[in-house]
Structure formats: structure tokens, C-alpha cells
Design a protein around this ligand. Structure first.
Ligand SMILES: O=P(O)(O)OC[C@H]1O[C@](O)(CO)[C@@H](O)[C@@H]1O
Length: 548
């Protein structure tokens, strides 16, 4: 198999990119009134407009040729069929099975995946009904008031992002708090206002070995026992979600309080499993189910729509075009919806832990970029912070503008003001403003020609900065499910095109191993290994000497 850069389709895109780099999107719009119709599509619950990219129909055809040459459809089908496409870990990749509503049979290694998923969902439903209905009582007979979810990375970012995004659906039955950082501040700050008699902990860890989570879980247990005193009460206050039952039991969680997840669910794709318990506890099981349905609708679209009409595929291809052929190595996510304020943090893990790789499936170093730097912030706040750089900086950063037609919580006069900015920003990034236009504008205001010439270049926006617009009717559990699944599949498609293993994360291991060794060295009497470089050794020494 030729490497990606040897593919005819890749080389055709390279040649095409050198031509397209001479064009301006503004002209492309002026030349074609049908540009929006040609380069936008409706997918379940989501309109995707990718017309504000530096593309023509020829570009799209060439990108689709690349997708075909990389066998995107065949890999997609393998994923849905449960084949072990996560080859470095020898695992299937089946987060889609967690939200499948079709009921089609699916087996992995002789195990019936559908019934496993259904069984855990029913257990979740029962637990949520008990806790929210007040039947689940604490060790003194009181109802639960607060859920503390302890987990990090994929065991935290998804549930946290979703409960924030759907906070309008919170009926106040239960409060939910998230603790991820091993910095003791977060758990201390969370627990100081809570009562052990009415607090339920959900320890979420696929491996049940993650240092941050285990440290926080132990502190939570100590805090609980400080008041409850009797270890047998733990079974009323500690739930675990893990694929490592023995470890969860060793920690002290009662067997019936452990919810399973499976090795075919990657941590960063796991919010659809029992990792999503905090969502269901906080917002109700119906909300969780609707989230799953929305994701399933996008799965069906991804599975069946022709590539040119397939939202995840087209979103992925725009990213590949900007990154690999136009050399844009950063990508901003800009939600114009306050409730999506954790979306960029969530997507950073999903995209960068998945596709932040430098070797291909054969272990050879790749000679093109994989995932760009993903970052972002709620758009309207970003306008007053970093948009200056998006409009006039030397680095062109493609961006996704994500918004909704209806506000989550309507309040007179706000939503149109927000959305006016939403539409204006991507238009400004696309069109820009030329020196002549600036001159004309300033001249009309009566500015002297000398003064105009002094400042004109500073006011020029070159434009030609690519954006995608993603528009939902409203942020609901269903549309949010579709939105997350849209990005999950985008990540999948890009991983195939970049020929990287999207479902492992070996890159996070080295730091963990080193930290374990250093933690031992931080003990007061412990020696510091002289194998450390002089910077690390001296910093550790400095820390130990300065520590009270
Ligand atoms: O759920 P666990 O096993 O505690 O892991 C948490 C996170 O840690 C990572 O392994 C990275 O450190 C992520 O992939 C994962 O989501």
C-alpha cells in the first residue's frame, strides 16, 4: 500500500492547493450565487455550512477521491461491525453500540454486545430512579442531595460538558459536582459544603488505577468515614463505573454498586456508557436516553449518507484540506452558546488524544501533519480576547462556529444580538476589508488623506480565513447527542486519512511513569535519581528545600 503522500489523490490535492492558494473566497462567492447550496448540507439535527472554505467543486471532488483512496467507507463499516480496528490494543471500537437503537445483533469474541449494553442501561435506569425518587437512602436514612463524580479525562470531560450544556434541563432534584484534579483544592473545595449523610460518590475510571482518581477517591472515602465511621456504610454512598471490577471491589465498592464498561469503549468516547451516570442522575434518565438517540441519528447518517452528503465526512475533509494542503495547523472551536462553554475542552481530548500521533499504522513516521492544535472558547467572549489574532494575525486559524436558532433560556433582546455576531464574524473572516474599502470608509467620515494613509494598512483585514458553520435549532439532549457524534465521526475519518491509530493513547504513558518515580523521590528522606537531567533534578531539589 503506498503511503498517503504517494497516493495520486493526495498529489492531485497538493497541485490543486497551489492553484487555490492564489484565490480569494470573496471572489468565489461573488462568482457563484449557489455557493451556499452547493457547499452546505442538512444532517440529523444539524446544518453544516462549509462554503466559507477555500474550495471549489473540484476541490471537493479531489478530497472525496482521497477519502475513497483511503477506504474510509470500508473502515467505517468495520467499526460498526465490531472488527478490532484498534490494532495496537487489539480491540474493537464500539462506542456506537452504546447508543444503537436498531437492535441488530452484534457479538465480539462470542459476547453479545447488545445485551451487555442493554443490561447496564437498565441498571442505570433503576439506580437513577431510586436516587432521584428518594428511595436510595444514605446511612442515616436520608435522601441523597448531591452527587460527586470523581474521574479524569474521558471519565470526566464528557459528563461535565453535557451536564453544563443541558443545565436548563436540571430540575433541581440533585446537585452534581465534578472532581478531576489531583490538586487537593478541588476536592476540598467541593466537599466543604456537602454532608456525608446525603452525598453519593460516583468513582468513574475505566482502569480504576488512574492516580488522580484514586487519590481523590481515597480522600472522599476518608472524608465520608470521618463522619460515618463504619466502613459498611460505604455501600450506600459509593458507586463505581469501571471495566476493572476487581480493582473497584478492592477499593471497597460493593459489587452490586459497580457499573461495567468494556475495553471496546475508549475513555474519550465513553460518555454514552455508565460513565454518563452523573448526566442521568443530574438531569434524569429520559434526558440521557434522548442524548443517545441524537447520537444514534448521526451514526445512521454517517453510516448511510453518500460521502459528499455526509456531514462528519465533509467536516473531516475540510479539516484535512486546511491542515494538510493549505498548511493550517491550528483549529478553533467557537460555540455561540454559553451552555456549550466546556465543548472545546471536551473536544481537545477527543481530537488530540485520538489523532495526536506521528507514526502510521505500520509504525513509520508520517511526513504530513496529523491533528492540528484544537482550542477554543465561547465565541462571543473570544471576540473580546483572541479574535484580533483570528482576523489579522500572521497565522491563519480555521474555525468552527457553532450556534443555535433558538436560545436555551430565552430572554428578550439577547439571542439576536448573539447571533448577529455569530454571522458577522465568519463573514468578516471570509471577506475581510481591503485598503481601498478602508480608504473609502474613512474618507466618507471626513478623515484627512494624510491621516488615512497613516492608518490604512492597520485596518486592512485580508480575509480568506476558513470557517465552518454548524447550526442547530436549539441545544437539546437530541441535538447535543448529534453534535458530539458528528465530531466523533469526523475524528474517525481524519484518523483513517492520516493513517494513525485514533483509539490508543500511548503518548500519555511516559509522563505518568516518570511522575510515579518522582513522587517517590519527593518523600523527605528519599534520594533524587541522578539520571534526571540537571533542570529536572535541580527543580526537584529546589522544591524539596523550599517546601515548609
Ligand atoms: O478512566 P481512566 O482509566 O481513569 O482514565 C482516564 C483518562 O486517562 C487517559 O488514559 C489519559 O491519561 C484517558 O485516555 C482517559 O480518558
Amino acid at each position: 500500500m503506498p503511503s498517503r503522500t504517494e497516493l495520486t489523490a493526495w498529489q492531485a490535492l497538493q497541485a490543486h492547493a497551489s492553484e487555490m492558494s492564489k484565490r480569494h473566497m470573496s471572489d468565489l462567492f461573488d462568482e457563484d450565487d449557489l455557493r451556499f447550496a452547493k457547499f452546505s448540507l442538512q444532517s440529523p439535527n444539524i446544518l453544516l455550512d462549509y462554503s466559507k472554505n477555500l474550495i471549489t467543486e473540484e476541490t471537493r471532488t479531489k478530497l472525496l477521491d482521497l477519502a475513497e483512496a483511503c477506504e474510509v467507507q470500508s473502515f467505517r463499516d468495520k467499526m460498526f461491525a465490531g472488527e478490532k480496528i484498534n490494532r495496537t490494543e487489539d480491540r474493537a471500537v464500539l462506542h456506537v453500540a452504546l447508543r444503537d437503537q436498531s437492535g441488530e445483533p452484534l457479538e465480539i469474541d462470542g459476547e453479545d454486545v447488545r445485551s451487555q449494553v442493554k443490561h447496564e442501561l437498565e441498571r442505570m435506569r433503576a439506580l437513577v430512579a431510586q436516587v432521584r425518587g428518594g428511595d436510595w437512602r444514605g446511612y442515616t436514612g436520608k435522601e441523597m442531595t448531591d452527587i460527586v463524580s470523581i474521574g479524569i479525562g474521558g471519565s470526566n470531560l464528557g459528563p461535565l460538558m453535557v451536564t453544563e450544556a443541558l443545565s436548563a434541563y436540571n430540575d433541581g432534584t440533585l446537585n452534581v459536582h465534578y472532581v478531576s484534579n489531583v490538586d487537593g483544592f478541588q476536592i476540598a473545595d467541593t466537599l466543604r459544603d456537602l454532608d456525608p449523610e446525603t452525598t453519593l460518590f460516583v468513582i468513574a475510571s475505566k482502569t480504576f488505577t488512574t492516580l488522580e482518581t484514586m487519590t481523590n477517591a481515597s480522600s472522599a472515602e476518608a472524608w465520608f468515614l470521618d463522619k460515618a465511621e463504619d466502613k459498611s456504610y460505604i455501600n450506600r454512598h459509593f458507586i463505581a463505573v469501571s471495566s476493572n471490577r476487581p480493582k473497584a471491589m478492592e477499593f471497597g465498592v460493593a459489587e452490586e454498586n459497580i457499573f461495567d464498561m468494556w475495553d471496546w469503549v475508549g475513555g474519550r468516547f465513553s460518555l454514552w456508557s455508565a460513565i454518563g451516570l452523573p448526566i442521568a442522575l443530574n438531569l434524569g434518565f429520559e434526558v440521557f436516553e434522548e442524548l443517545l438517540e441524537g447520537a444514534f441519528e448521526m451514526d445512521e447518517h454517517f453510516r448511510s449518507a453518500p460521502l459528499a452528503k455526509n456531514a462528519p465526512v465533509m467536516l473531516a475533509l475540510m479539516g484535512v484540506w486546511n491542515n494538510n494542503f493549505l498548511g493550517r495547523n491550528a483549529h478553533a472551536l467557537l460555540p455561540y452558546d454559553q451552555c456549550l462553554h466546556r465543548l472545546a475542552a471536551y473536544m481537545q481530548q477527543a481530537e488530540m488524544e485520538s489523532n495526536g500521533k506521528s507514526v502510521n499504522w505500520s509504525g513509520e513516521r508520517i511526513d504530513y501533519s496529523s491533528v492540528p492544535l484544537i482550542w477554543g472558547e465561547v465565541g462571543i467572549n473570544g471576540q473580546h480576547a483572541f479574535y484580533q489574532c483570528l482576523h489579522q494575525g500572521t497565522q491563519i486559524v480555521p474555525a468552527d462556529f457553532i450556534g443555535s436558532v433558538e436560545p436555551t433560556l430565552p430572554i428578550k433582546g439577547h439571542h439576536d444580538a448573539l447571533m448577529a455576531n455569530f454571522f458577522a464574524q465568519s463573514e468578516a473572516m471570509m471577506r475581510g476589508i481591503s485598503a481601498d474599502q478602508v480608504r473609502e470608509e474613512l474618507g466618507a467620515k471626513g478623515m484627512s488623506p494624510e491621516r488615512i494613509e497613516e492608518i490604512v494598512e492597520h485596518k486592512v483585514h485580508e480575509g480568506n480565513r476558513p470557517t465552518n458553520t454548524i447550526l442547530m435549532q436549539k441545544v437539546t439532549p437530541r441535538s447535543l447527542g448529534s453534535l458530539i457524534a458528528l465530531y466523533e465521526h469526523k475524528i474517525f475519518v481524519q484518523g483513517i486519512i492520516w493513517e494513525v491509530h485514533s483509539f490508543d493513547q500511548w503518548g500519555v504513558e511516559l509522563g505518568k511513569v516518570l511522575a510515579k518515580g518522582i513522587q517517590d523521590e519527593l518523600a523527605p528522606e528519599a534520594a533524587i535519581d541522578d539520571k534526571h537531567d540537571s533542570s529536572t533534578r535541580n527543580l526537584i531539589e529546589y522544591y524539596k528545600d523550599a517546601r515548609p
